[in-house]
Ligand binder design. Sequence first.
Ligand SMILES: [Cu+2]
Length: 151
Amino acid sequence: MTKLRAGVVALLIGAGVTGLGYGIAGAGAGASGPTPLGPGLVTIDVGIEHSRFDVSAYRVRVGTLVRFVVTNHDPINHEFVVGDASVHAHHEHGTESSHPPVPGEVSVGPGERAVTVMRFDRAGHVTYACHLPGHLAYGMVGEIEVVPIAG
Ligand SMILES: [Cu+2]
């Protein structure tokens, strides 16, 4: 698990604005991963503790609307941002300290729980991360693999 996280972080840093995440499948979230969720509405509980997401990889089917329920067990702020490479580049280099309700982006304060919703309509890999200073580099990143319905 630690090895997967390190790989994801390295890829995030090296990928620039193109092709984020597409080389990750073989590293542990591929065909041998968990049974995909969806399609339709599903809820994923995401816990944060010691500045880590408690699960670093999920699989969903194309056509899945995911309700992320993010619980922060830490005494410090975190955020949960899910999206493609451009979304993460924007946040990693941006200066926003908190997030108004944008689908797929939510701030979650100490001991709080926040909900955000995102629909996955294309097969591929999508990343979620916390972009508060230093958190992504520390390992606050994970991956969602979106697989075809037949897959
Ligand atoms: Cu964080």
